[in-house]
Design a protein around this ligand. Structure first.
Ligand code: R5P
Length: 294
């Protein structure tokens, strides 16, 4: 196996290579003056199973094109198999038709990747796992939640309350609870399908005087976490933290979350930033070792 270091996630790719001893194929990349992308594999891949490590946070369309180009280049250079390792998979939230006339965007994305030469895909905490069953190749999603919960254990947050901001994220809160050893619960979230605006409903949670960690797959504008923090403050939580796998943190999301009384934001390096305090390298390294020997 060889790791192709996608331009969007070089540091993580290097860490995975160090942990697995899987050699790296570096990639030269550039953007032309008109915005078009260019990539060139700088090593041989003939007869190899290659794992292309590339994330697809903003600018997501550009990074998806880079991924497609790397897969096609690998196949053109006679790679035996191409596995796309895409910790943050763009467009995964539009995984079904919510309103008539829409497209299931993630299906278009994965069919494009398939046409480019991708044979299998590994991602991390995809928004809805059942979307994988419509992918045109074998795909799996790993969970980084135990690693995020472990970060808070190291910080002394044993038995902190694990809160999911909506029912769909309850599986995430449950995974965190099994590490933290405290309780778990969820709020109710409603979304207007036309405006995208969300609102959350308060329900009684046993959080008075407790440390609470709000766990979610993605923090984008921060609205979900700000709404949850408001409810937690009203219900007397002593400390509020938040952890997500994919910290997109669009615009002033970080400031809004901190202003809402959240003491710390923690994310993984699926979207590299200063809140990427937990690395996915051990999780992905283990998955690649299993693929290599499988
Ligand atoms: C959607 O249900 C996701 O799980 C996240 O809760 C959502 O993407 C967060 O978005 P925002 O930070 O804009 O509220």
């Amino acid at each position: 196996m060889k790791i192709v270091l996608g331009p969007a996630l070089q540091e993580l790719g290097e860490k995975i290579s160090q942990l697995t001893s899987i050699p790296i194929v570096s990639v030269a990349s550039k953007t032309f003056p008109d915005g078009e992308n260019y990539v060139r594999l700088e090593g041989t891949v003939q007869d190899e199973h290659v794992a292309i490590v590339q994330t697809t946070c903003a600018p997501q369309d550009s990074r998806l094109m880079q991924l497609a180009f790397m897969a096609a280049a690998a196949k053109r250079n006679k790679a035996r198999k191409v596995t796309a390792v895409v910790p943050y998979l763009a467009y995964a939230r539009q995984d079904k038709i919510f309103l008539q006339g829409e497209n299931a965007s993630i299906e278009t994305v994965v069919y494009m990747l398939k046409a480019s030469g991708v044979d299998a895909l590994v991602t991390v905490n995809i928004h809805a796992e059942n979307a994988l069953s419509n992918f045109p190749f074998p795909a799996k999603t790993l969970s980084a939640i135990p690693f995020l919960a472990e970060y808070f254990m190291q910080k002394g947050c044993k038995k902190a309350f694990a809160l999911a901001p909506d029912k769909g994220a309850m599986y995430i809160a449950e995974q965190a609870r099994s590490v933290l050893g405290g309780e778990a619960g969820h709020l109710e979230k409603q979304r207007d399908r036309y405006t995208g605006q969300t609102s959350q409903t308060a329900k009684h949670l046993d959080v008075k005087g407790k440390a609470v960690i709000i766990f979610d797959d993605i923090i984008s504008t921060g609205g979900t976490i700000v709404g949850a923090a408001k409810i937690l403050r009203e219900q007397g939580a002593a400390h509020i933290y938040t952890a997500c796998v994919h910290g997109l943190l669009i615009g002033d999301a970080e400031k809004r979350i901190l202003d809402a009384g959240v003491e710390e934001i923690v994310a993984t390096d699926s979207v590299p930033s200063h809140v990427s305090k937990v690395s996915l390298a051990p999780l992905i390294a283990k998955a690649l070792k299993a693929l290599e020997s499988g």
